[in-house]
Design a binder for this molecule. Sequence first.
Ligand code: AMP
Ligand code: ZN
Length: 122
Amino acid sequence: MTTPSVATDPACLFCRIVAGEIPAAFVHEDDLVVAFPDIAPRAPTHILVIPRQHIVSAAALTDADSSTVGRLFAVAAQVAREAGIADAGYRLVTNVGRAAGQTVDHLHIHLMGGRSMTWPPG
Ligand code: AMP
Ligand code: ZN
């Protein structure tokens, strides 16, 4: 068995968004990554940056994903600039597993800004 170059899981919510089966207002799309607003925003700006490929979480990344990971962070920075929150500062978060609060098992970076953030997160 060979692994497909772009894995998708038809049961995965974010794979379905990538495929256009569930609507999302993309603020960025390219060959590796898409970004769209979180449906339940926890900050004035709350955007999800995700790979097109179905990767379960950051814990599943390998060296083979280096281009995708680089693109995820570069796109997050670009979207932050476009959203006007780059100068003030913003937070990038990726939850891994249930104890951390991961509810969608498709890698995503939360880009959150537009307000002050506390540390440590709850
Ligand atoms: P996490 O809890 O870290 O796995 O993050 C999953 C995020 O996906 C949550 O912040 C949800 O609000 C968000 N979410 C769930 N369904 C949708 C959707 N259809 N469109 C946009 N964001 C969604
Ligand atoms: Zn997926």
